[in-house]
Design a protein around this ligand. Structure first.
Ligand SMILES: NC(=O)c1ccc[n+]([C@@H]2O[C@H](COP(=O)([O-])OP(=O)(O)OC[C@H]3O[C@@H](n4cnc5c(N)ncnc54)[C@H](O)[C@@H]3O)[C@@H](O)[C@H]2O)c1
Length: 416
């Protein structure tokens, strides 16, 4: 049974570590964050998709550490570090380069290295391979190298690592074969493509597809707002077409670590090829406009009630970027809160998954009390455990950015 090294124990790395350990592999789990290493040691999960019970169930097989030296014992090493953007919205390969350099120092002949982090086509071959080769070992000859994008959708239970097909591309045929054998332990279906570049671009296509389609429906939502047409009614009706249409819902904008970030990895790379990826840029612009549109909607709702935004008590319901999870990275709720605060509103929030928003000095409030006190309840992320019909009945005024109050007959609701 393989010994698997995992670098970066976040939303991607920790579930992978647990999956391989559950299949009987020894896992060497490396992270630069000593708190994560300590939490794993203590059997305390900090990722919603992995329960502490699951972690404790494989405690004997996951060896967490901040020391890269331990990776020398692994047969395969999977790299799952963040790939964010810089302030200028360019790829920030800093964490990936740091991790690759550290790995190069302990790389062993015969090891398989797989990059899982989302990135632009060419990263594995042009950036990762040369750094690993500083070890004196040659990629494709002395060690194997592949790219296999993670497709995890946090909070999702119907599609998991096991039943979501895993795309991979190796530097050589042998590299792909080894990676396929490894992932076959934890995934039912492997989709091999001809190169790491094809695998890198596959992941970006998937995310850009979502970003562009969300932008399209968001643009229509802004138009239907002016036209006095209910966008939710239109989306629902269009979704009855049994072919040639895929449903995307409008909302306050895109959040999470992937959709607002990954498409720009490709647009940056495209510039090297004298190409402007206009769909990507346009989708980014439209989606970035949405929090402003939503704030204008709140202003209108308050205006209709004869209230100014300044001093209005607004409770935001749901501040994570998607239902059922506590991840607030790039969440449009944060932008909306700061825009409303700039206008002088008195903000509070309720989110069963996010106990505090330290940057705003806020803690999640009791829902009933908040509904009693607030002038407006603003539904930004519709967590399944919150009864939004009840919210619509109880609140003085509701602005619903997710279309979850459509069945309620209450008149004091304004929807996106
Ligand atoms: N979160 C998702 O839903 C998702 C889905 C698919 C793909 N991805 C991609 O997977 C990658 C990882 O994403 P994530 O959400 O797991 O990130 P994350 O921030 O949750 O976890 C990354 C971990 O890497 C650690 N780290 C950073 N630099 C390191 C280094 N030099 N050495 C060792 N550890 C280091 C961090 O401390 C952190 O624990 C990204 O490229 C992301 O785009 C994420």
């Amino acid at each position: 049974m393989a010994t698997v090294g995992i670098i970066g124990l976040g939303y991607v790395g920790l579930p992978l570590a647990v999956a391989f350990a559950q299949e009987g592999c020894e896992v060497i789990a490396v992270d630069v964050d000593p708190r994560k290493v300590a939490a794993i040691e203590a059997g305390e999960s900090y990722i919603e998709d992995v329960s502490s019970e699951q972690l404790r169930g494989v405690a004997g097989r996951i060896h967490s550490t901040t020391r890269y030296a331990s990776l020398a014992q692994a047969n395969a090493v999977l790299v799952c570090v963040p790939t964010p953007l810089t302030r200028n919205r360019e790829p920030d390969l800093g964490p990936l380069i740091d991790a690759t350099r550290s790995l190069a120092r302990v790389l062993q002949s015969g090891q398989l290295v797989v990059l899982e982090s989302t990135t632009y086509p060419g990263t594995t071959r042009e950036r990762v391979a040369p750094l690993l080769e500083e070890s004196g070992l040659a990629a494709g000859r002395d060690f194997n190298l592949a790219f296999s994008p993670e497709r995890v959708d946090p909070g999702r239970t119907d599609f998991t690592l096991r039943n979501t097909p895993k795309v991979l591309g190796g530097l050589t045929e042998a590299c792909a074969e080894r990676a396929e054998a490894l992932y076959g332990l934890v995934c039912d279906q492997i989709v091999r493509v001809s190169s790491p570049e094809a695998a890198e671009l596959t992941k970006l296509l998937e995310n850009i597809f979502r970003s562009v389609n969300i932008a399209l429906v968001n643009e229509l939502a802004m138009l239907t707002d002016r036209m006095g047409i209910d966008i939710w009614e239109v989306v629902e009706a269009a979704s009855t077409k049994p072919y040639g249409f895929m449903r995307f819902d409008p909302g306050p904008g895109m959040g999470g670590h992937c959709l607002p970030v990954d498409p720009f990895y490709l647009s940056w790379r495209a510039r090297e090829f004298d190409m402007a990826t206009e769909f990507i840029e346009l989708a980014g612009q439209v989606n970035q406009q949405m929090p402003y549109h939503c704030v204008a909607k709140v202003q209108r709702a308050l205006n209709d009630a004869g209230l100014p935004v300044k001093g209005a008590r607004i409770v935001v319901l749901g501040v994570s970027y998607k239902p059922g999870v506590g991840d607030t990275r790039e969440s449009p709720a944060l932008k909306i809160i700061s825009l409303l605060r700039e206008l002088g509103a008195d903000l509070s929030y309720h989110d069963p998954h996010v106990p505090t928003l330290t940057d705003f000095g806020l803690s999640s409030t009791d829902l009933e009390q908040a509904l009693t006190d607030a002038d407006v309840a603003l539904i930004v992320t519709a967590h399944p455990t919150v009864d939004h019909d009840h919210v619509a009945r109880r609140a003085r005024l509701v602005v619903d950015l997710r279309g979850v109050t459509r069945s309620s007959q209450v008149s004091s609701v304004m929807r996106l």
